[in-house]
Design a protein around this ligand. Structure first.
Ligand SMILES: Nc1nc2c(c(=O)[nH]1)N[C@H]1C(S)=C(S)[C@@H](COP(=O)(O)O)O[C@H]1N2
Ligand SMILES: [Mo]
Length: 332
């Protein structure tokens, strides 16, 4: 983000792969079929795979069973961003600061075996392997807008569950006030680590009440399948009301603490990336406005009409009360 300017990215090929309402309904039916079916049996059936292919595209990654979420704010009538755009226009600096390169370079990311250590101020610290995490709570599909601080957005059907489920499991102590997220930094797999653009590993953090909010999601998949590596496999954070950089990819550690943790982007440029990072059209980035955004995949390229960016990325009804009384210009 530091080294790029918001006008970059226009060379990205636009996709016409946008879900139409009828395709969307097919997809809902497919998800319901999965939810009713007995796990693996339903997943592997030819009919189910074909329903998915019709609704979207031929499956490439392992299907992930999920049912539509009831969490307030987790559904939308907005058009989904095409899978192709969501999986080929990425920020994943451990691989490259380029948008297209992570899709190719992240094939080296080894996602199995994988563990996430949950530690710090909790009564039950635990190292979860991926299987344990996948089983911890029912898998839900949630359609969230993701808004990057660079001025573009996408609408993605994520698969996962509320981070709160994991937090309850480890029982935070009364003194815990923040949660830090540490992501993988393995130079053998991640060529971008040789660049000094960030102080690796990439870390992020939330206040405990933000982490407990039902919209805060531990994500394992998107578009009915496990996450592609470039989108943060095998498990990532998704915080829909904050700029995309808060949604840390490929988590390896979650730490509870009583002090506000430093974050990778704040360390790199404190005046540009604050701790809160709530999407806020009224607080411009020091070098560009945050009042509008470009929806990736919309026709028109350079001349596509920009959308107005909404406070808290449109999730004000759900999360506004978390910041009651706070000066959001100071706490940006
Ligand atoms: N580990 C890690 N997580 C990360 C990033 C990163 O470079 N490394 N980029 C962030 C940024 S700036 C954005 S906008 C989102 C992009 O997520 P997506 O590629 O799935 O759309 O991931 C966030 N999580
Ligand atoms: Mo971003």
């Amino acid at each position: 983000m530091i080294i790029r300017n918001p006008a970059e990215g226009f060379d990205h090929p636009l996709s016409s792969e946008i879900t139409s309402p009828s395709q969307y309904l097919n997809r809902r039916t497919w998800l319901q079929t999965l939810a009713l079916g007995a796990g693996g049996a339903a997943l592997s059936s030819w009919a189910t795979r074909e329903a998915w292919a019709l609704a979207s595209r031929p499956g490439r990654l392992a299907a992930l069973n999920a049912s539509a979420s009831n969490v307030a704010g987790a559904q939308t009538i907005e058009k989904l961003t095409g899978y192709k755009d969501a999986s080929s226009y990425n920020n994943y600096y451990e691989f490259s600061t380029d948008k297209a390169e992570p899709a190719a370079l992240a094939t080296t990311l080894q996602t199995q075996p994988w563990t996430v250590a949950v530690e710090g101020m909790v009564n039950k610290p635990k190292v979860f392997d991926l299987d344990a995490l996948l089983k911890l709570s029912a898998m839900e599909e949630r359609i969230y807008r993701l808004r990057c601080v660079e001025g573009w957005s996408m609408v993605i059907p994520w698969l996962g569950y509320s981070l709160a489920a994991l937090i309850k499991e480890v029982q935070p102590q009364g003194s815990a006030r923040y949660v830090e997220f540490v992501t993988l930094a393995d130079p053998k797999m991640m060529p971008g680590l040789s660049s000094g653009v960030l102080d690796w590993p990439y870390t992020e953090a939330l206040r405990l009440d933000e982490a407990l909010h039902p919209l805060t999601m531990l994500g394992f998949g998107m578009y009915g399948e496990v996450l592609p590596n470039q989108n943060g496999a095998p498990v990532r954070l998704i915080v829909p009301w904050k700029y995309g950089f808060k949604s840390a990819k490929s988590l390896v550690k979650i730490r509870f603490t009583d002090r506000q943790p430093n974050t990778a982007w704040n360390k790199a440029a404190a005046q540009e990336y604050g701790f809160y990072s709530n999407v806020n059209p009224d607080v411009p980035h020091p070098r560009w406005s945050q009042s509008t955004e470009r929806r990736i995949g919309e026709e028109g390229g350079l001349f596509a009409k920009r959308r107005k960016t909404l406070i808290f990325n449109g999730y004000e009804a759900q999360v506004g009360q978390l910041y009651a009384g706070m000066d959001l210009r100071k706490n940006f």
